[in-house]
Design a protein around this ligand. Sequence first.
Ligand SMILES: [Zn+2]
Length: 466
Amino acid sequence: MDFIQQLFHIYDNYKEPMLTNRRYSHSDLMLVLKKFDNSNVIKKNLLGTSVEYRQIFLYKIGSGKKKVLLWSQMHGDESTATSAFVDLFNFFEYSSNELFVKEKILQELTLYFIPMLNPDGAEKFIRFNAQGIDINRDAKSLQSPEAKILLKAVEDIKPDFAFNMHDQDYRWSVGGNDKVVALSFLAPAFDDAKTVDPTREKAINLLSGIIKLLSDYTESRITRYSDDYEPRSFGDTIAGRGISTILVEAGRWQNDLEKSYLRKLNFLVLLFAMSRIAENFIENDSRKYFETPYNGKFLFDLILRKVKLKINSTESIVDIAINREFHFDDNDRSSYYVSSVEAVGDLSPFYGIEEVSCENYSLHFPKYSDESLKLNYNELNSGVIREYLQNDILFLSLNDFSRLDKYVRYPINVIRNEFSLDEKLIISKPANFILKEEKITKYVIINGFLIDYNNINFESVNGLFL
Ligand SMILES: [Zn+2]
């Protein structure tokens, strides 16, 4: 067993137990990191503050000659690597010299971490900073304090290697096939010709080793991120300064909404890369990197295949693609989904992460509950809902509608009074309809979720929607 396999098995010892969700605030993170304040291993340094005056710190580990700079969450809703950084801090602080890798890294390298570069974005769990600027498009004009902080750190530290840690859209596919990308990598280009100079080659060769390592852990759901030159982004800017730069993008792993598996893989990838850099053992072989497919855009959350659709007197057979976007409530940080119909027609080049064959099923538009049937929230139970669905009613309003009801804890839409239903499919509007074979209901689509009408598992539906 190599040390990565061993680390894979002992990772849980270092996984930070206070970080369990993807969304947490700057103050949550500061509370977690407080335990390192008196550490002999991890040294903290204030770099500056964000637009909303949140402090951005640099954490330094090791005393070696080679310098590695890593930063995370310049996009506020991309926290996977921030969590992995804390797991790494735990590893360097608390592990014994497991497998000799730790001492070697601490001797040969100085590691500089900037976790959560965009704390104001993290507060709202959005991509942008408090000015609305995408920090990764601000490397040139430097109009945000966060971008200035990062570039100054690069100039002061002058690292040999830089790791630019992100999360990408989870619907990217592996090339043109139906697999969802787990992790995507890039050794960014620093000019339009995508020149490979010795520094970029080092990053490419290191990535070849990483991709080889990961195929065992990811079912080969690995891609290359687009290498088109983007002079406004940090990776491309820093790569142009003689620093071997690596972009890591965490995508999606099945049934892992909180991305804990990809966080673990981030931890492994970074320790592997650090050990290779420390040992000066980067194979002179770039093949694996260039063989790796690019991210493709061929996936939707759900595709209904060959549905009979009738609008006025026009009858057709179409595929219907539906996506669901994850939203957070800023007040109580609870999460919910909003669905949308993305495309209708011949969608044969595309794949659904979930697909259902609807041959012979016709699409029916839902009805809205009669005012006289209005219920209170606590009267809403599985029997009542089944009855509604039987009558094609997918929307109901409650006497005691509250803000919480938008999180739809049942396979039915709870809405406010003012509402009208369209008898047509509208692109970008939420997906709510019924699929019937003759007069028999087969499926209901509630807010983009497919519910098998004959087999509604209310417990799992509750979990799904929350
Ligand atoms: Zn990003």
